[in-house]
Ligand binder design. Structure first.
Ligand SMILES: [Zn+2]
Length: 134
């Protein structure tokens, strides 16, 4: 099954939207877990965009989106253009285990570095309230 997917992807060709069917396998599970760990170190919103591209736009696994971004950089000589975040230098740069949402005051487990709100809904309500105040 995995080989079939690989056969369908010629080199240097960007897949068309929804061209692929999700293939379930332990390898995909493992790679998706690794992708999740990497995405936990990215700013808020990153994982959502990857998820949207994976399941909404391309119909592939999240790890394949990350790999596709890397392939794009590789094929376009973009490998040396790196941007590092200061948090990545810390010994443990995982998100805090719990935080209090400034909007609903509930305790939640952040999934991303710098995540302030429990949900994007709370973030939206907070931002809207800030605009009204000004
Ligand atoms: Zn909240």
């Amino acid at each position: 099954m995995v080989a079939k997917v690989a056969e369908k992807i010629p080199e240097k060709v960007t897949p068309k939207m929804k061209e692929y069917k999700l293939v379930e396998s332990p390898l995909h599970d493992q790679l998706n877990s690794a992708a999740k760990v990497i995405m936990s170190q990215m700013p808020e919103g990153f994982e959502g965009v990857v998820g949207e591209l994976a399941l909404g736009t391309y119909g592939v696994h999240p790890w394949q989106i990350l790999a596709g971004i890397l392939m794009n950089a590789f094929q376009n000589n973009g490998m040396a253009h790196c941007e590092f975040r200061p948090e990545w230098d810390m010994p443990v740069a995982l998100p805090r285990s719990s935080a209090v949402c400034p909007q609903c005051k509930q305790t939640f487990s952040p999934k991303h570095l710098g995540q302030k709100f429990c949900t994007s809904k709370c973030g939206g309500i907070f931002a809207k309230a800030q605009r009204v105040v000004k």
